[in-house]
Ligand binder design. Structure first.
Ligand code: CMX
Length: 436
């Protein structure tokens, strides 16, 4: 058994009694109550999911296994000659809670390399889709079409699999799938936008390095890829993509179904697609400005026009955060270091200045500050990835790291089928004392 899996097994066995005890001895303890506003309003803030992999504090931002983003970027082992940590090390941390050594990172990287080859039938299938299919639809279709590879589904069907062992073959599915996502993403990109001039994976490279190589983008794009995948990996369990993955897996659907579904949720403009929307919005402004950077007053007018047109300002606001997203801040720091004079960065920087006061003045958004998506397109654009409808695929590759880690733990701790209860409007009216 590989060392990571062995270590994970030990961690799981040590953790299980905590969950079992909570359920058996304290199952009736109340941790929250639900209002009508929460019931109609998308279940905001209701505490009804458990994960130990990341926690989102509204005023601090995300912690992965209790580490903030700056701590992670400092502590995780880095690729030689690069500024950013190995993505494989982040995955190790998400799964085990421990910062890996260089050797432990190498072991995960070797595992990924041995599993990275995407089956030819998937590449053939992608090649038959219409060229104007959205990259997220292609990505999701490719993942679900690989479902026949699921080790867990095969074992489940064969019978005799014990519930406490579900996590083991789920772990195999996670590694098999994660290892293939960079090639799948890069294939979609090169097939759709680069005349199907496909670049094969390089078995010597780590996940970020290999992705940059297959995309055909030179250094430091390998570091950009590492940064992206790490920043987007997890944001606790209640966001649409993570929650969708968890929900599907709770029916004991395998990793391929779960991750394909989570990609579909990520593809919404209120969620991961916002990074594409930000670029589309800025391009619209640039066209109107004939390419020059608007003055503050002009930019304010564009923002107000968007709001008055009934649209949201993409890249701003958040369902949980109440401050500037630390994932935004990490990317802004990267921009200040590597591309401070880039015109697009200047646009984004100007938006950082003008949008929050406008959203505050409008008085609707609970959080006027930028989220991860406000900044992420700029770096991609700068390094030559200008096809912005591809950006959410990058988010998806990263998010799969967190969602797969969560699903493995869901299975390890025996979390049951998810099944919240719905009520009718008449029942809510009765609760409110206004029933006719
Ligand atoms: N621009 C304009 N209005 C906004 C806004 C924004 N950026 N953010 C929130 N609002 C509005 C909402 O549309 C809502 O209006 P209505 O009452 O008319 O429906 C009101 O403010 C209250 O919303 P909220 O409670 O502050 O925010 P939600 O939890 O409902 O939604 C989010 C959160 C992210 C969907 C929302 O802020 C938004 O639409 N932002 C723009 C899209 C975006 O950047 N999404 C990416 C989020 C990060 C990610 O998941 O990738």
């Amino acid at each position: 058994m590989a060392k990571l899996k062995e270590k994970l097994k030990e961690k799981i066995e040590a953790w299980r009694p905590r969950t079992t005890r909570l359920l058996k001895e304290f199952g009736n303890v109340k941790i929250d109550e639900v209002t009508i506003e929460q019931c109609i309003g998308g279940m905001r803030d209701i505490k009804c999911l458990v994960t130990d992999i990341s926690y989102l504090d509204p005023h601090e931002g995300i912690r992965f296994r209790n580490f903030t983003i700056p701590e992670l970027l400092e502590k995780l082992p880095k690729a030689p000659g690069g500024e950013m940590p190995y993505v494989e090390g982040l995955f190790y941390l998400l799964l085990t809670g421990d910062i890996p050594t260089k050797e432990e990172v190498k072991e995960v990287a070797d595992e990924f390399k041995s599993r990275q080859k995407v089956p030819q039938y998937i590449l053939d299938m992608l090649g038959k889709l219409p060229k104007d299919s959205h990259p997220m639809a292609m990505f999701s279709a490719a993942i679900v079409a690989m479902q026949r590879e699921s080790v867990y589904a095969q074992k489940y069907r064969a019978g005799g699999l014990k519930k406490l062992d579900y996590w083991d073959s789920t772990y195999e599915d996670a590694l098999n799938l994660l290892a293939k996502l960079p090639q799948l993403g890069a294939f979609i990109y090169r097939w759709k936008y680069k005349n199907a001039d496909i670049i094969d994976p390089d078995p010597k490279l780590d996940m970020g390095g290999n992705f940059a190589h297959m995309m055909g983008i030179k250094k430091p794009y390998d570091d950009v890829a590492r940064l992206y995948f790490i920043l987007h990996s997890d944001h606790e369990s209640g966001n649409v993509s993570a929650h969708t993955g968890h929900l599907i897996a709770s029916a004991l659907s395998d990793m391929y179904y779960s991750i394909s579904g989570m990609i579909d949720g990520l593809a919404g403009p209120l969620h991961g697609l916002a990074n594409e929307e930000v670029l589309r919005w800025i391009q619209g402004v640039m066209d109107k400005m004939g390419g020059k950077v608007p003055t503050e007053a002009e930019m304010k007018q564009f923002v107000w026009d968007t709001l008055k047109g009934g649209q949201v300002v993409p890249g701003f606001g958040h369902a949980v955060l109440r401050k500037t997203d630390p994932r935004y801040a990490a990317q802004r720091e990267f921009c200040l270091k590597h591309l401070p004079n880039d015109p697009l960065f200047k646009y984004v920087d100007l938006l950082y200045k003008v949008v929050p006061p406008i959203l505050l003045e409008q008085g609707k958004a609970k959080n006027p500050w930028p989220n991860v998506d406000a900044q992420s397109g700029v770096i991609q654009w700068y390094y030559g990835l200008k096809e912005y409808d591809f950006y959410t695929v990058l988010f998806g590759i990263g998010r799969a790291l967190g969602v797969t880690a969560n699903i493995i733990w869901d299975r390890a701790l025996g979390y049951p089928l998810e099944r919240p209860k719905s009520v009718t409007t008449a029942m809510l009216e009765a609760d409110a004392g206004i029933a006719s």
